[in-house]
Ligand binder design. Structure first.
Ligand code: ASP
Ligand code: MG
Length: 421
């Protein structure tokens, strides 16, 4: 059996959904589990609903009705008669409507998961109906009873043993009866059946979890790009596709911020030596990029750019040397505030760290550090990472730029520069 994951772009409107049916037509004889994201930018829109509700803005309800109306339009475009499907979709939205009618009793992250999960629940119901209309034998499963996590909302930690059991007993019998399984990416559930999520773009991870638990022979992530690229094609005309890469390289790339796949996706696949293919749903003649257990190969320079970062230059108040105790104080602050450190370097009297910019967190961080440290804030900066850099590439990408910090090791160059715009 194998797992196919489809992201929001592959089901962004009714035409895309029809195109998906055509794509799947080539796989009628396969045992497939389909892991599907929310349609188009629905997750972002639902995030806005949560944000409005949290701020007590009545616009939340209006925003949610718009999202619902848009899904109904898609249903109307795809199906002649769709009363049952519309009732199902409606029920899913009603749960969120109830939350919005109520006063806030819960934490932001809990509410977020309850509301945002609707995107995937609805999209998979629509895909299920579309598949049935095209006489594919399939069954819809609720991923909240397949993938078990703890209660860490918005970034649930997987309980692997429970998950393996649930996936095995939930999915295998259906596949054995020659049905496909259609389920949601990104969402999961706790032992108390409370909805959780796995972090933005988490559907890749969901597909990997399911693939690993079922010993799939491969997992495919269908995307709107030809595969894993050496740079972001939107900003770099020299970006080219990598035909093959190792699990290790994929982990490194996502660690440095490459957005092609969710960072947690590779680990479960690596453990079971299950290959991951990333390929385009727009060009079926292109086999995409294959990530597997290669010996390390030669790679061209691979560039990852992170914008809107902040460089903090931290020194002790009395300019005494930075000691292990200082580092430990600093890093426990970072950890407790959830500030992600992308790069660090220390000298005798100061430590420089490049962190992701989020104004709220930055203010908290600065105020928590001010009793012990003096902190200079430089922003916005760009963090450029070049894996397998060569000198030409490095020079070309940094010439004329105001470079604040540079770290080179044999494989990876990282440069912090003032952001251009
Ligand atoms: N729909 C979720 C998101 O947009 C999960 C995913 O697409 O992978 O983040
Ligand atoms: Mg997505």
């Amino acid at each position: 059996m194998q797992v196919f994951k489809f992201g929001g772009a592959s089901i962004k409107n009714s035409n895309a959904i029809r195109q998906l049916a055509d794509l799947l037509d080539n796989y009628r004889k396969e045992q497939l589990v389909l892991v599907i994201s929310a349609m188009d930018k629905t997750t972002n829109e639902l995030e806005e609903v949560v944000e409005l509700y949290w701020r007590g803005d009545a616009g939340a309800t209006e925003k949610l009705s718009k999202i619902k109306a848009w899904h109904f339009e898609i249903v109307d475009e795809l199906f002649d008669s769709s009363t049952d499907l519309k009732a199902l979709v409606n029920d899913l939205f009603v749960e969120a409507e109830w939350i919005l009618e109520d006063e806030i009793h819960d934490t932001y992250d809990y509410l977020y998961d309850q509301i945002v999960a609707i995107g995937e629940l609805v999209s998979t119901r629509i895909i299920e109906a579309m598949l049935q209309q095209n006489s594919f034998a399939c069954q819809w499963l609720d991923a909240r009873s397949l993938i078990r996590t703890d209660e860490n909302h918005r970034e649930g930690h997987v309980d692997w043993e429970a998950t393996r059991n649930q996936i095995d007993s939930g999915i295998r019998p259906i596949l054995n009866q020659k049905y496909w399984v259609v389920t949601q990416g990104f969402i999961a559930g706790t032992s108390e059946n409370v909805t959780t999520t796995l972090g933005r773009e988490g559907s890749d991870f969901s597909a990997a979890i399911i693939g690993a638990c079922l010993d799939a022979f491969q997992v495919t992530a269908w995307k709107n790009v030809p595969g894993i690229m050496t740079a972001d094609p939107a900003i770099d005309p020299e970006a080219e596709k990598l035909e093959r890469l190792s699990y290790r390289e994929a982990i490194e790339m996502t660690y440095y911020g490459a957005k092609v796949i969710h960072p947690r996706t590779i680990q479960p696949l690596l453990e079971k030596s299950i290959p991951l293919t990333v390929r385009s749903f727009d060009d079926l003649s292109d086999p995409g990029s294959l990530i597997s257990g290669l010996d390390e190969e030669e790679y061209p320079p691979i560039k990852v750019r992170l914008e809107d970062q902040v460089l903090l230059q931290i020194s002790t108040l009395d300019f005494s040397f930075i000691s292990e105790v200082h580092l430990s104080d600093l890093f426990s602050e970072f950890a407790s505030l959830g500030v992600k450190v992308e790069l660090m370097r220390n000298s005798a009297v100061s430590i420089s760290v490049c962190v992701q910019h989020s104004s709220a967190k930055l203010d908290l961080l600065l105020s928590s550090l001010k009793d012990k440290f003096k902190t200079e804030v430089i922003k916005p900066v760009e963090l450029l990472t070049i894996r397998h850099y060569d000198n030409d590439t490095l020079v070309k990408l940094t010439t004329g730029r105001s470079v604040l910090l540079q770290e080179l090791n044999p494989q990876t160059a990282q440069v912090v520069m003032m952001q251009l715009k």
